[in-house]
Design a protein around this ligand. Structure first.
Ligand code: ATP
Length: 353
């Protein structure tokens, strides 16, 4: 069992089942991301672990000990929220020092801790400034330093980068992973941003409607999604799903057939969805894994262009060179890398690959 383990968490608010049996085992020292859309139950999960939410059922274990009934203050967990207000009248140094002062640490202990944290976050030159004399991003760093200056059992972070502009957000992702490595602490980090999750996590738990859909490394969740929903939620552009059936050695869609891959374990005639990521499809005719379509739209993204190809009545997204051109309606042939394709049961959504 990891540092933090939650088993069968259930919580409803009136008619809303916010948590419907959430189980998570967070390995010691890991950067564990809880990923899901708005309303999935991420914040409620974090609050339940922190002891801020009274559960209908389930248990929380900390370092192997049942802590379900413990008060929040007795759990030795630090919660970092979206907006962390600094004390306006205190300097950055005093803001960072405040949690340690509250714990009656000595001045030399405080000085050492503030120095370490400000060097980690590159804010040494800001220490004598007050919040009004700092930019938003600088304040965010100071606030993060204040949250991280303690050494709790684990840090619980609820979308802490939400209020930053995109450039700073991307920078802070790298910072946070670097800080995580150097502190060696356990981070449980909630986000609805799959890019953030994939770029920072050691382990990701994907949550939907109060249920854990999959737990795995970012690569596992991206390359081996447990179901159609996870496949669609993780990855940008989103995965294309084409309706089809297996017929002998073929996969047969509305307007196409492809050789049936060896791994495709589905009974003939069963409704399926073929999942294709944009990077595993190319606009060219090559080999026998190719299908006919017509150009529907182009989305230039600088380093690449995403081409929407209409296949029958469905749209297939294809990652192409930035120089690709074409006119809507133009007929073309696309080739798919079937070894990297996914197959889902259309009724249950479960992966068959
Ligand atoms: P977001 O990304 O929007 O913050 P979330 O995944 O963190 O969403 P939660 O805040 O955990 O989701 O909420 C899960 C569900 O429980 C939502 O439907 C929400 O409306 C509901 N909920 C959460 N807290 C309360 C509350 N105190 N009272 C009533 N309903 C609540």
């Amino acid at each position: 069992m990891g540092t933090v383990a939650a088993h069968g968490l259930r919580k409803s608010f009136g008619k809303v089942q916010a948590l419907d049996g959430v189980t998570l085992d967070v390995p010691d020292g890991s950067f564990f991301v809880v990923l899901g859309p708005s309303g999935a139950g991420k914040t409620t999960t974090l609050r339940a672990i922190a002891g801020l939410e009274k559960l209908d059922a389930g248990s929380v274990h900390l370092d192997g000990r049942d802590a379900t009934g413990d008060a929040p203050a007795d759990r030795d967990l630090a919660m970092v929220f979206q907006s962390y207000a600094l004390y306006p009248k205190l300097t950055a140094y005093e803001n960072i020092a405040s949690p340690l002062r509250a714990r009656r640490c000595s001045s030399s202990e405080i000085a050492a801790a503030v120095e370490r944290m400000s060097s980690l976050l590159h804010i040494e030159r800001l220490l004598q400034r007050r919040p009004a004399q700092m930019s938003g991003g600088e304040m965010q760093r100071v606030a993060l330093a204040r949250a991280l200056v303690r050494s709790p059992r684990a840090f619980l972070m609820d979308e802490p980068l939400t209020n930053l502009d995109l450039k700073l957000r991307v920078e802070m992702r790298t910072e946070l992973t670097r800080i995580h490595r150097s502190l060696g602490a356990t981070f449980i980090y909630v986000t609805n941003d799959q890019v953030e999750a994939l770029s920072m996590a050691d382990q990701v738990a994907v949550l939907k409607e109060g249920k854990v859909q999959q737990v795995g490394t970012p690569a596992e969740v991206y390359e081996r999604p447990a179901n159609q929903w996870v496949a669609g939620f993780v990855g940008s552009p989103h995965i294309s799903l084409l309706a089809c059936r297996a017929e002998g050695d073929r996969l047969v869609g509305e307007s196409w057939t492809l050789p049936r891959p060896r791994w495709a374990m589905a009974e003939d005639g069963r409704p399926l969805l073929l999942g294709l990521r944009a990077e595993n499809v190319s606009i060219e005719q090559r080999g026998d894994a190719s299908l006919p379509g017509e150009l529907y739209g182009l989305e230039p993204l600088g380093d690449r262009t995403v081409v929407d190809v209409r296949v029958g009545t469905e749209i297939l997204k294809v990652k192409a060179r930035p120089t690709v051109t074409g006119v809507p309606g133009e007929r073309l042939q696309v080739t798919v890398d079937l070894d990297r394709a996914h197959l889902f049961d259309a009724d249950t959504g479960l992966s068959l690959s």
